[in-house]
Ligand binder design. Structure first.
Ligand code: SAH
Ligand code: SF4
Ligand code: F3S
Length: 505
């Protein structure tokens, strides 16, 4: 049986023609209620993705442009869509004005993220009027929301295609449909999600690569939209991940970042093997690639085995992004984070003991409904106690359909803004102090490219994830070099090549 908003289960057996009639007759908007369901659907691992013969040339002579909003997961989805479009003979462009196909890969995490997309669509309208053949698509997390799809259908007629996070692999059929039908194409699946293994990718650069280790999230933190937009937690098989990391290593990549919304839950959905993130990291440690990162961790599932493996060091970098969200246990409970302040402090202490040079970063929300000044002070005191190297801080933004959005809130926006400023002042003071500790030391930097501000300057990261700027020849891009730190600011370090001749290590 199809749930409303879902698509026929055996889509592989359907032809594009079948879909044409499906769109016109059975389209239903996405359903957050359906997206919330867990455990009813079988997760399929699909390995037979291929662009149909008749669609392989559909983009010949045409250009595409994808604008990406949101997290690394979206950035990586964009690489997949670029791969699929390339297989359809489209060419990438960095100039939106010369594109024949524009995709906005959207983020729904906070209201301002959504507003940016609606603003951009406003800018695109005149382009569409000027060039009616231009195809405009909205995909990513916003497309999974009923209210957004309804708004797009009602007021944004410049949009030709709307598709979600579960059916990126259907891009060829969706584009074809948009070219040949006069109707707008809306294909969003409100389901738990599958794993499609063999999608093509055009990666951004050849120095750092992203590797999904799992998809979705089952945590349902009460403020968060992600479990609804990304489906159920589902882990890729270790052998598929290891093969992808090996492939990147063979191709000269210097760094991989393993991706998931809650990577510490990796493997919990396997029914046949007992295998977790610690086991995976222990295997990836042996692959000949200089740096391995992972994001995002959830404090609740961060286990001792993982700490033990990370403490072995080697290519496993000493940077841990561990979002705490809040410093007060009552608020953490209302957020459904399922850990207390004490548990978080204990975990941070345990990691610091095992990995003494570890750098810590975090995410923090201020102004959760009814947060008192005292509760906010608990966030400040936790930040001072843990001494995060850096943090992303946000004002709580109600997301329609989430439990927190139904909570009455007595905190005025001005108070929330003031709390954010006070929090940032404390965070910045700590970041500066932490960075100053690097003065006059020599660090290893993976050179990622020219600095955005000054092309004369090269820029990269330390293993501990500090940005380092220094002057040096361009041929160092993609290498790991030693830099002597001479200046430390809140966000960046700068210095000189430690030994220009022997600089490459
Ligand atoms: N899976 C990651 C977070 C992904 S979203 C984790 O659990 O840590 C990135 C960050 O956005 C979150 O850590 C949280 O701090 C913030 N965030 C999520 N929903 C939000 C909301 N409704 N309002 C404000 N910030 C939010
Ligand atoms: Fe959102 Fe919580 Fe899942 Fe992170 S763990 S994606 S904050 S629901
Ligand atoms: Fe945004 Fe979706 Fe990522 S809501 S943060 S793009 S998972």
């Amino acid at each position: 049986m199809n749930q409303p908003g879902s698509t026929p289960a055996k889509d592989k057996e359907k032809t594009t023609k079948d879909y044409a009639s499906y769109f016109q007759t059975t389209y239903q908007p996405p359903s957050l209620k359906d997206a919330k369901k867990r455990g009813k659907e079988q997760i399929n691992i699909v390995k037979d993705f291929a662009v149909d013969e008749d669609l392989k040339k559909i983009g010949a002579g045409k250009k595409f442009y994808i604008r990406t909003y949101g997290c690394q997961m979206n950035e990586h989805d964009t690489e997949v869509m670029a791969g699929i479009l390339s297989d359809m003979s489209y060419e990438a462009t960095t100039d939106m004005k010369e594109a024949d196909l524009i995709l906005l890969n959207t983020c729904a995490i906070r209201e301002n993220a959504e507003n940016k997309v609606f603003g951009e669509l406003g800018h695109l309208k005149p382009m569409k009027v000027e060039n009616p053949d231009l195809l405009i698509g909205v995909c990513g997390c916003m497309s999974q929301e009923e209210s957004v799809v309804n708004k797009l259908l009602k007021t944004y007629d410049q949009v030709d295609m709307i598709f979600g996070t579960h059916n990126i692999h259907r891009l060829p059929q969706i584009v074809k449909e948009a070219y040949f039908s006069k109707e707008r194409v809306v294909e969003v699946w409100s389901k738990e999600g599958d794993i499609v293994e063999n999608l093509p990718r055009v990666r951004k650069g050849n120095i750092q690569g992203w590797v999904n280790i799992m998809y979705g999230c089952d945590k349902f933190c009460t403020y968060c939209i992600v479990p609804y937009t990304r489906g159920k937690e589902r882990s890729r098989r270790p052998e598929d991940i290891i093969e992808e990391v090996r492939h990147l290593a063979r191709n000269g990549y210097q760094e991989v970042t393993l991706l998931g919304q809650n990577v510490n839950a990796y493997g919990k959905d396997f029914e046949d093997i007992e295998y977790g993130l610690g086991d995976l990291m222990d295997e990836i440690r042996k692959i000949d690639i200089p740096r391995v990162r992972f994001t995002t961790s959830h404090p609740r599932d961060f286990d001792d085995h993982l700490i033990e493996v990370l403490a072995k060091g080697g290519n496993l970098v000493e940077h841990i992004h561990l979002p705490v969200q809040h410093g007060n246990s009552d608020i953490l409970k209302l957020m459904a984070r399922k850990y207390t302040r004490e548990h978080f402090l204990e975990l941070a202490g345990k990691i610091k003991n095992a990995i003494p040079n570890a750098s810590f970063t975090t995410d923090i929300i201020v102004g959760f409904p009814n947060e008192t000044e005292e509760q906010f002070q608990d966030t400040l005191s936790l930040v001072k106690e843990v001494e995060f190297d850096a943090a992303y801080s946000f004002i709580y933004s109600p997301r329609e359909g989430t439990p927190a959005a139904k909570m009455k809130d007595n905190v005025p926006h001005e108070v929330k803004k003031d709390r954010l400023q006070r929090l940032n002042a404390v965070l910045n003071e700590i970041s500066l102090r932490k960075n100053q500790a690097y003065l006059d030391t020599v660090v290893e930097v993976l050179v990622e490219g020219e600095s955005k501000k000054n092309p004369e300057v090269l820029s990269g990261h330390t293993a501990s994830n500090k940005v380092v700027n220094f002057r040096g020849p361009k041929h160092l891009i993609g290498k790991i070099v030693k830099v002597h730190i001479t200046d430390a600011k809140t966000w960046t370090l700068s210095g000189d090549l430690a030994d220009e001749k022997a600089g490459v290590v």
